[in-house]
Design a binder for this molecule. Structure first.
Ligand code: ZN
Length: 399
C-alpha cells in the first residue's frame, strides 16, 4: 500500500533561493528537451526522439554547465525528462485516437513548480537528521531544510518531491506500508450511538467514556487563550503565551486522536460489522429551526439556538467526524464492514415492540416505552436501532 504525505518546509532565505534555482534549472532542462523534440519532429525526416536518447545526453549537459545543470542530482533531471516523455506519450496517444490535442508546451519558469526525486537517498534524503527533534530533508545543492512534520511517516519512503505553491514550499513523500492482514471473522455485529455524556454507547449495553483529560485540557487551553489576549503586542510574555497555546492545542489534539484510534481498534477487533449514524443527516436534524413570533410577523422568538450551539461545541469536542474516518480506515484494512444509517427515530423507537413516540424518552438518559413498558438506557436503545437499520441496509444491498 502506497501512502502520500505532504509537509510544509521552512527553508532559510538562502535555501529558498536555492530551491527557486533548482526549479528554474529543471524548467530550462524541460524546455530545452522539448525544443529538441520539436525541431526533430519538424525536420523532413520526422525523427522522433525518445527519452533514452535525451537521458543519454545528460552527462554531457551537466559537464558543459556545471554551475547550473551540474549542480542538481542526475536522478531528478531524469525524472524531469520522463515527465516530458509522458506529456509526449499522451499527445501521440490522443493523435492516434483521432483527437486534435495541443502540442506539448514550453513552461514559463513560474509555471514549473515540481521537481521529483525518484528514490530517497539519491540526491535527497528524507529525515536527514534523525537524532534532532526537528525533522529535516536534505537536497543536493540546497542543504538540510526544516520540515513541519505534522504527522508521523509510516513505512519506507520511496519518492520525494519538492513542490512550490505560491510563496510556500512543500515536500511530498510517498511511502510504502506493509499490507495489514485481514482480521479473523468473529461472527459479531454491533451498532453505535455517539453521545455527549459518553463518547459512544454500543448495542450490547457497553459504553466508551469521553477522553478522560479532554475537558481539563480544554479548560486550560481556554485560560491560556485568555492570557494571550491580554498580552502586549511584540512582548516577551506574548511570545511565551503563544507557545503555550500552541502546545496545549497539540496536546488536546493528540489526546483526542489517541482516544479515537484506540476506540476504533477495539470495535474493529471485536466485530465483523459496525453500523453508525450518518453524521451529515444528523447535523441537519440538530440544526435549530427558527420559531416565528405569532404576534409580530418577520420576528423570531428565541428557540434555544444558544443551548444548541453549546451542544454543537461538545459534539465537535468529541470529534466524531475524525473518529469515523479513522474507523473506516481501520475497518477497510481489516476486512470489516461499516455502514452509516439514517438516524431519524433511532432514539424514540422501542426495540422489542416497535412503538415510535417521543414520549418513549422521558429524560436524556432513560428510555421507557409507553406501549410495552420496556426500559433501558436511551443510548443503548439508540445503538440497537442503529444496528437494526444497518443490517436492513446490508441485506437490501446483498439481495
Ligand atoms: Zn415497546
Amino acid at each position: 500500500m502506497i501512502r502520500a504525505y505532504k509537509f510544509l518546509m521552512r527553508p532559510t532565505v538562502g535555501q529558498a533561493q536555492a530551491l527557486s534555482e533548482m526549479l528554474r534549472d529543471h524548467c530550462s532542462l524541460y524546455n530545452g528537451a522539448l525544443q529538441e523534440r520539436r525541431d526533430a519532429y519538424r525536420h523532413v525526416s520526422k525523427t522522433s526522439i525518445k527519452y533514452g536518447m535525451q537521458s543519454a545526453q545528460l552527462k554531457e549537459i551537466r559537464a558543459f554547465d556545471p554551475e547550473r545543470q551540474g549542480r542538481w542530482p542526475f536522478s531528478s533531471q531524469q525524472a524531469t525528462l520522463r515527465r516530458l516523455d509522458k506529456a509526449f506519450a499522451g499527445f501521440f496517444r490522443r493523435v492516434k485516437s483521432g483527437e486534435t490535442p495541443g502540442y506539448p508546451r514550453f513552461r514559463g519558469v513560474n509555471w514549473f513548480d515540481t521537481v521529483d526525486f525518484p528514490k530517497d537517498g539519491d540526491g535527497c534524503r528524507w529525515d536527514a537528521t534523525p537524532h534532532d527533534p526537528t525533522t529535516r530533508v536534505r537536497f543536493q545543492g540546497v542543504g538540510h531544510v526544516k520540515v513541519n512534520r505534522h504527522r508521523p511517516v509510516v513505512g519506507k519512503v520511496k519518492t520525494v518531491s519538492v513542490k512550490r505553491e505560491g510563496k510556500r514550499w512543500y515536500v511530498v513523500l510517498t511511502a510504502e506500508q506493509a499490507e495489514p492482514e485481514p482480521l479473523p471473522v468473529t461472527g459479531s455485529v454491533v451498532g453505535i450511538d455517539m453521545g455527549i455524556a459518553n463518547f459512544l454507547a454500543d448495542s450490547n449495553g457497553g459504553f466508551v467514556p469521553n477522553p478522560r483529560h479532554g475537558r481539563r485540557a480544554a479548560a486550560k487551553l481556554e485560560a491560556a487563550q485568555q492570557a494571550l489576549s491580554r498580552c502586549k503586542r511584540r512582548s516577551n510574555r506574548r511570545r511565551k503565551a503563544v507557545r503555550k497555546v500552541a502546545d496545549l492545542h497539540r496536546r488536546v489534539r493528540r489526546q483526542r486522536l489517541d482516544h479515537a484510534h484506540k476506540t476504533a481498534l477495539d470495535l474493529v477487533r471485536q466485530h465483523d460489522f459496525i453500523a453508525h449514524e450518518d453524521l451529515r443527516i444528523r447535523s441537519m436534524l440538530k440544526a435549530p429551526v427558527p420559531k416565528p413570533d405569532p404576534g409580530r410577523p418577520g420576528v423570531f422568538l428565541p428557540n434555544g439556538a444558544a443551548a444548541k450551539a453549546g451542544l454543537n461545541k461538545s459534539i465537535n469536542d468529541a470529534g466524531w467526524g475524525v473518529f469515523l474516518t479513522i474507523l473506516a480506515g481501520k475497518a477497510e484494512s481489516a476486512g470489516r464492514e461499516v455502514i452509516a444509517v439514517d438516524p431519524r427515530n433511532t432514539s424514540r423507537t422501542c426495540p422489542p415492540c416497535g412503538h415510535i413516540a417521543p414520549e418513549n424518552r422521558p429524560t436524556q438518559d432513560t428510555f421507557h416505552c409507553v406501549a410495552c413498558g420496556h426500559t433501558a438506557h436511551a443510548d443503548t436503545v439508540g445503538a440497537t436501532n442503529v444496528l437494526r437499520a444497518g443490517l436492513v441496509r446490508r441485506n437490501a444491498r446483498q439481495g
